[in-house]
Design a protein around this ligand. Structure first.
Ligand SMILES: [Zn+2]
Length: 381
């Protein structure tokens, strides 16, 4: 089964790539296919949300309170799309790219939908979906939004594999949350429970017997959901156990992965990665004034990662970085910091980023947690 993931422009490419990476870690019969970003057509609909309760609720009836959304004042009016609009975007994509009807199309969008759902499936065709990728940080403070989005995608696919029709699916929904995939989660915060159990109850699973669902697909999707769960658990516990994730450098380009956080990739650009490697190689730390002594080490890594054969350009870039009078170093450090903050959250990022301690810049992460795969070889080590 092929699943096309299309991204609307407002959904960050970095988050999109990471969702894609997580989904692709598990093999089975399902392949995920990336796409170029698309621009959503304008919508003339707007909804005014009177309070936090309305804003944080999937529409079904009763209002429930949500104690988040501190960054917003209510009432707030936002443009919304009807489900029909969103599924039309999927259909247009099918036509433009000649995608057969037995392949699935997911629209990952930063726009809200009229019913304020996390996502939905087109019940007429059972092969078009959307997932709302906005606002997740309001349900999970300091949490990486890539995981709930991944959970939603695998969850919808699993529903599709298990149930024979929209009617059957609706009949199975639990209005009161029990920690099953089919919990409705009227109060959006409740999705945290589903993700922590990563489970499906017996009653819902029995449909897979009845419909003789594809077990290979089911297995792959459940593995993805288990991966999200173990990531959540690792984060919850690491706060108290003060454990950090392992960090692995992979391949010639030294791509960086946090292995215990669901193999999350931290996407540093060539300059950031070259600088990071120098600091990883020198756990004792380097003062700003001494960074110039590591110039040749930086040049080797940078030349390698940037793929540039222009020596002047490489020298210039490294000069700028090592010149204590320039702001470049501070800018690069700040970008690295932000990327780790996005990846591991507020509580832990300072262990991974390059921070100043007693006059020296260093990375605190225990080097026993750092490893290199067979292809990550550089002359600097
Ligand atoms: Zn259930």
């Amino acid at each position: 089964m092929k699943v096309h993931l299309i991204r609307s422009e407002g959904f960050k490419i970095e988050d999109y790539n990471n969702v894609f990476n997580i989904l692709n870690q598990y093999s089975g019969g399902i392949t995920f296919v990336p796409s170029e970003p698309i621009v959503l057509p304008d919508t003339d609909r707007e909804i005014t949300y009177d309070d936090k309760g309305e804003y944080g609720e999937q529409i079904l009836g009763t209002k429930l309170s949500v104690d988040s959304f501190e960054d917003r004042s209510f009432p707030v009016t936002e443009p919304v799309y009807s489900w029909c609009d969103l599924f039309s975007v999927c259909n247009q994509y099918r036509i433009d790219n000649r995608i057969p009807s037995d392949e699935q199309v997911f629209l990952l969008t930063d726009k809200k939908n009229a019913q304020n759902w996390f996502g939905a499936m087109d019940e007429r065709t059972l092969n078009n979906f959307f997932v709302d990728c906005s606002d997740w940080h309001n349900y999970f403070k300091g949490f990486d939004i890539r995981f709930p989005i991944t959970y939603c995608i695998s969850g919808w696919l699993l529903r599709k594999v298990i149930f024979a029709s929209g009617d059957e699916m609706r009949a199975a929904v639990h209005k009161k949350s029990i920690g099953c995939l089919m919990d409705f989660c009227q109060e959006k915060k409740e999705i945290a429970l589903k993700m922590r159990t990563a489970d499906i109850c017996d009653q819902c699973l029995s449909y897979s017997e009845k419909n003789d669902s594809n077990r290979v697909y089911m297995n792959q999707l459940m593995q993805i959901m288990d991966g999200v769960r173990s990531n959540l658990m690792f984060r919850d516990r690491s706060k108290y156990l003060r454990t950090n994730s392992r960090l692995e450098f992979r391949g010639m380009m030294h791509k960086m992965y946090l292995t215990d956080l669901g193999d999350l990739q931290v996407n540093l650009n060539p300059t950031e990665r070259a600088l990071y490697l120098v600091f990883i190689n020198h756990p004792e730390g380097i003062s700003r004034a001494d960074l110039i002594d590591f110039r040749s080490e930086l040049i080797k890594s940078y030349a390698f990662f940037s793929n540039s054969s222009d020596n002047n350009q490489i020298n210039e870039a490294v000069d700028l970085l090592t010149n204590a009078l320039e702001q470049k170093l501070m800018q690069v450090l700040s970008r690295i910091r932000r990327k780790f903050k996005d990846a591991v959250g507020e509580d832990q990022y300072k262990t991974y980023s390059i921070e100043s301690h007693d006059g020296k810049y260093k990375i605190l992460l225990n080097r026993e947690l750092v490893s290199y795969d067979a292809n990550a070889k550089l002359p600097t080590r």
